[in-house]
Design a protein around this ligand. Structure first.
Ligand SMILES: Cc1cc2nc3c(=O)[nH]c(=O)nc-3n(C[C@H](O)[C@H](O)[C@H](O)COP(=O)(O)OP(=O)(O)OC[C@H]3O[C@@H](n4cnc5c(N)ncnc54)[C@H](O)[C@@H]3O)c2cc1C
Length: 375
């Protein structure tokens, strides 16, 4: 039976685009198709996120995630050099109350993962309310420009000869002989078609369980959150800084190079609503129906208790997106990848990325697969 492609990747976010580049470029598959329902690549979670290149600091409760971030960071920095922003001062501050980590524990944790950490200079420490902040540190952390990364990925996909099908939605996958058929519908509903390949990778993140097939659903329990990140312009006193208060119901400010502004997120206010993945609730439909009334006033009010000058920030707009995480990481906030295969549908795999840098954990796993004899 003639195949339409060696591999089909569903989902043109960072993960799907990277997997497509890898298969066509590094593994030499002759024909690779990438399917995306939006009119451009990287418009969903890969754009609407906090743009933090993780370096471990964020995960004092998950050693594995912290350690993997430390391992993956140098490769990320090298590969995305021209899309990474490093010209800002990154501050981690530890709250005195309601924090799951003390300053001493944070220092020990950073030593364990060998992440550079220095006491913040007095000029920075004095920005914080000493009654609520135990200590502030200077860390080494970076931001990425997802718009620039999209441009770089588009050039790479084109160079590797990947066929990109935009405004196409995969609706179902079926077993056909020893290959997988992917049923497609155009976004305007005007056409349906299907394509056949030996291997199919579902990289649709929030949409992971929306594609029908004999495999059923992911074996892992997923949680979806509708998240709000506010885009703000920082007041002069905080310009050129990224600030994260650890580790509990606090806030974080990061540069957002794609819009030349900063994101403000707050553990208490950023998730507007959350639910355990179920066939009855389509995350994309839920997001569309969600009333987008901003909580930036509450984010700023609470953040200003710790960092008074942030009350002078000006609000621009909010990014709303679905965040999908593994239920098993509820307690430790870890962000491993999920790579699943299904005996009912050989050749079909689902991939959920926890954060951008652990794409290299996915590529490392793909390295171990022999596509000549796969499935
Ligand atoms: C609020 C928030 C903050 C975050 N902060 C960070 C951070 O600071 N640093 C970090 O590294 N990570 C962060 N993350 C996580 C990171 O954004 C995700 O891990 C990453 O973007 C996942 O990439 P992806 O390609 O799997 O998903 P996406 O970018 O969502 O791509 C999936 C694509 O699949 C498409 N799709 C879905 N269903 C179908 C279908 N049936 N057919 C065709 N196409 C389909 C979608 O349109 C989408 O483009 C954050 C996430 C959120 C939501």
């Amino acid at each position: 039976m003639p195949l339409d492609a060696d591999a089909i990747i569903i989902g043109g976010g960072f993960y799907g685009a990277m997997v497509a580049c890898y298969l066509a470029g590094e593994r030499g598959l002759a024909s690779v198709i990438l399917i995306e329902r939006e009119s451009r690549l990287m418009q969903r979670a890969s754009f609407s996120n906090q743009a933090r290149v993780h370096n471990g600091y964020h995960y004092p409760r998950s050693f594995t995630t912290a350690y993997r971030s430390r391992v993956n960071l140098p490769r990320f920095m090298q590969e995305w050099d021209s899309a990474v922003r490093s010209d800002f001062l990154k501050i981690y501050a530890i709250a005195r109350r309601n924090s799951k980590v003390t300053a001493a524990q944070f220092v020990r944790f950073c030593e364990t993962i060998d992440a550079p950490l220095a006491q913040a200079p007095a000029s920075v420490a004095s920005l914080f309310n000493p009654n609520l902040i135990e200590q502030a540190f200077v860390a080494k952390e970076y931001g990425f420009d997802s718009e620039r990364m999209r441009q770089m990925l588009e050039a790479r996909l084109s160079g590797a000869g990947v066929h990109v099908g935009l405004r196409q939605e995969a609706t179902a996958v079926q077993k056909e002989s020893n290959a997988v058929r992917v049923c497609l519908r155009s976004i305007d509903g005007s056409t349906t078609t299907s394509v056949l390949a030996r291997q199919v990778f579902n990289c649709t993140y929030a949409g992971l369980n929306l594609i029908d097939g004999p495999h059923g659903r992911s074996h892992a329990r997923l949680k979806h959150e509708i998240t709000e990140m506010a885009l703000i312009r920082l007041p002069p006193a905080l310009e050129g800084m990224g600030i994260t208060v650890m580790d509990g119901p606090f806030f974080s400010v990061m540069p957002f190079p794609a819009c030349q502004s900063s994101t403000l997120s707050h553990v208490r206010y950023t998730p507007h609503t959350a639910w355990t993945d179920t066939p009855e609730r389509n995350p994309y439909t839920e997001l569309e129906a969600h009333p987008r009334s901003s909580r930036v006033d509450r984010m700023l009010r609470d953040a200003a208790r710790y960092l008074p000058s942030i009350s002078k920030a000006s609000y621009q707009q909010s990014l709303f997106e679905v965040k999908t995480v593994l239920m098993k990481n509820e307690g430790d906030d870890g962000r491993p990848i999920l790579f699943e295969s299904y005996p009912e549908l050989p050749g079909y795999s689902t991939i959920l990325g926890g954060k951008l840098d652990n794409i290299y954990d996915v590529l490392g796993h793909l390295d171990t697969l022999n596509f000549q004899h796969y499935p």
